[in-house]
Ligand binder design. Structure first.
Ligand SMILES: NC(=O)c1ccc[n+]([C@@H]2O[C@H](COP(=O)([O-])OP(=O)(O)OC[C@H]3O[C@@H](n4cnc5c(N)ncnc54)[C@H](OP(=O)(O)O)[C@@H]3O)[C@@H](O)[C@H]2O)c1
Length: 281
């Protein structure tokens, strides 16, 4: 099977390459240094590779920046590109795997959000991801849209790589005595290797096309997440719970955005995945 992975040096993309490498698959791993997907000839290059599966792990994720001048990039990469890739997938008879976010939801449901809940983003990043989802849905291609939240794992190696919350806390846990963490914005952490394995499980078992919620099981606030990171790393940093209003950020965050998985077996708990990651880092 010919699998094209776009964004292959991103946090998720690199795990999709690593986990997906097997004798039955021919993997094409492309990042921006190989192909700028906003360039005019990008889609032609994809057509020429004739992939059977196109996995789009490309995104513009600078949530606060997108409220301002970052919108131009978010519109191109998050909102418009997925639909173009879906059209290529349809023309080739390929399947598109595309990733979206818990930030497409408004965060006002205390119970969390199932796959068929109505997106209603409250920030520009969420709006750009919703537009990308809509374009894929309307393309007529075979697709998996996989929503995830709070990704962590080995830091990306791409040019604009950012550290995850987990790696930032591991670092701060070595140098800070105390830290304020938001005890709101409950959501489910997602360990990149676990998600990557589940992506291939969907593909290999020919799961029905459509929208999936794939995160590790359970959910937590940033405070609860941070406290567990400090505990697992034997850090003496004391975390204090604070309200979201203590941090002024350009983009509004959903208060509660746990993605409910009603379609697939659940992944292991986020605590178990975090313990494995921390042990290896
Ligand atoms: N990270 C999270 O917490 C989170 C939460 C919810 C959903 N998601 C979704 O999960 C998916 C994967 O996220 P991630 O955190 O793994 O992303 P990431 O680490 O930021 O990786 C994105 C990759 O896309 C590449 N890219 C950007 N613009 C490109 C272009 N014009 N042409 C070709 N490649 C380009 C980047 O390269 P450069 O670095 O060189 O620009 C980078 O390698 C995304 O759909 C994201 O929206 C992530």
């Amino acid at each position: 099977m010919r699998v094209l992975i776009l964004g292959s040096q991103g946090m998720l993309g690199q795990e999709l390459v690593r986990v997906g490498t097997s004798p039955g698959r021919e993997i094409f791993a492309w990042d921006k240094i190989d192909i700028d997907l906003t360039a005019p000839d990008a889609l032609e290059k994809i057509r020429a590779a004739r992939p059977e599966i196109i996995i789009n792990a490309v995104a513009y994720n600078a949530v606060d920046d997108i409220e301002g001048e970052g919108w131009v990039s978010a519109e191109k990469i998050n909102a418009e590109l997925p639909g173009r890739l879906a059209v290529v997938a349809r023309e080739l008879g390929a399947t598109l795997v595309h990733f979206s976010s818990d930030y497409v939801f408004d965060g006002e449901s205390a119970a969390g959000y199932a796959e068929d809940a109505e997106p209603q983003p409250i920030n520009a990043y969420g709006r750009s991801k919703m537009m990308g989802e809509d374009a894929v849905r309307m393309s007529g291609a075979n697709f998996y849209i996989i929503r995830l939240s709070r990704l962590f794992g080995k830091p990306a190696v791409s040019v604009n790589a950012k550290k995850s919350f987990v790696d930032i806390m591991i670092e701060l846990g070595r140098i800070k005595k105390t830290i304020d963490l938001v005890d709101e914005e409950r959501s489910a952490p997602t360990y990149a290797p676990d998600l990557a394995a589940e992506v291939y499980a969907l593909i290999d078992t020919h799961a029905p096309f459509g929208v999936y919620h794939i995160t590790n099981a359970g959910a937590c606030t940033w405070f609860e997440f941070g406290k567990e990171i400090f505990r697992l790393t034997d850090s003496e940093t004391i975390a204090s719970p604070v309200a979201a209003t203590n941090f002024k950020r350009p983009a509004a965050r959903p208060r509660m955005s746990e993605l409910l998985n009603t379609r697939r077996p659940h992944l292991r708990s986020w605590n178990a995945a975090l313990a494995e990651y921390v042990k290896g880092s």
